[in-house]
Design a protein around this ligand. Structure first.
Ligand code: FES
Length: 153
């Protein structure tokens, strides 16, 4: 019994969550870049996909990421009032709030979808965010895809 528990704990510790981050070019991507150039340490579990604005992030991108093997998805962009396209992040926030509730219908726990504002000056915030998400997803365990053959990440 104790040996089984040890193996389960080892498997949980060995699990490396795959996180896909859809970020806007102007704020969060620059914040992630600042984290890198500042040599801040954060888990290497995130794959960043840069888009012009969070307003461009289609909910299908998120579903595709989960279908492709992501254990969690992060959407992050400019703070309210700072969007370089005026209101893209407001549209994204509204879309995200609705989509998050619909995600449960697909069988994916909505707690695997994260949303955040990270500016170009917030490298530390980006590093902390990735570390926090990684730990939460590690605790939740891997997301088992409906069709394991489609796991590509
Ligand atoms: S440009 Fe960053 S959210 Fe619109």
């Amino acid at each position: 019994m104790a040996q089984t528990e040890t193996k389960t704990a080892e498997a949980a510790a060995a699990f490396q969550p795959r996180i896909v981050a859809f970020v806007c070019n102007w704020c969060t991507y620059a914040g992630a870049d600042l984290a890198g150039t500042s040599r801040l340490r954060y888990p290497p579990n995130v794959r960043i996909i840069k888009l012009p604005c969070t307003g461009r992030i289609d909910p299908l991108f998120i579903l595709k990421a989960f279908e492709g093997g992501a254990d969690a998805v992060l959407v992050s962009g400019c703070h309210p009032g700072d969007c370089h396209y005026t209101s893209g992040n407001y549209h994204a926030r509204r879309r995200w709030a609705l989509f998050r509730r619909l995600l449960d219908l697909t069988g994916i726990d909505e707690r695997r979808l994260f949303f955040s504002w990270v500016s170009a000056a917030e490298g530390q915030k980006f590093a902390d965010l990735v570390a926090d998400i990684t730990e939460k997803v590690r605790a939740a365990g891997p997301l088992e895809p409906a069709n394991p053959a489609r796991r590509r990440l």
